[in-house]
Write a protein that binds this ligand. Sequence first.
Ligand SMILES: O=C(O)CCC(=O)C(=O)O
Ligand SMILES: [Fe+2]
Length: 197
Amino acid sequence: MLFESPINLNLKDADVAYFPIFFSLQEANDYFDSLMSQINWKQDYIKVYGKTFLQPRLTAFYADNKKNYKYSNITMQPNPFNGDLLEIKNKIEKQINITFTSCLANLYRDGNDSNGWHSDNEKELGKDPIIASVTFGAERVFQFKHKFNKSLKSKLTLQHGSLLLMKGKTQTNWLHQIPKTKKKIGNRINLTFRIIA
Ligand SMILES: O=C(O)CCC(=O)C(=O)O
Ligand SMILES: [Fe+2]
């Protein structure tokens, strides 16, 4: 496997590492094509402050157990892992020595799709969750802001075939988002592997 050592983002009160070339270009191209068609993409409704909205992206949820994932007032029922998703899961697990149970997949169809400020701190993720987040397709900016010290911010561009690893106190102390962009860009697939016990 093509593999470069990770870049530590050196965020205060957090633990975030970025692997720009986790997958070779060939692997990343192949996974992008296969995941576009293999994944059961859907646009769900979410409820924010009592109002219902269509999510500004498509999602799908996979797990090797029966545990649901609840966030933004929606409950996602898992599909079983299969095909390339399972292959990608195995590859990440081997590299970082962690076993994940679940994967929340996101499809940003263009620059108008997005993921608003949040931290992945749902109860079912447990204390100090570890989240492995993979990108295939269009590059998008990923922004961080500290929850308690408004002057602390960070951002990076997540490239095709990259892996972003968030662990430790990252979700306790920081929010993250994928903002909309006016750039003419196409589909970006993001896979976030998680442990839901
Ligand atoms: O698309 C991304 O890179 C981030 C996705 C994310 O933050 C999430 O699904 O919780
Ligand atoms: Fe997230």
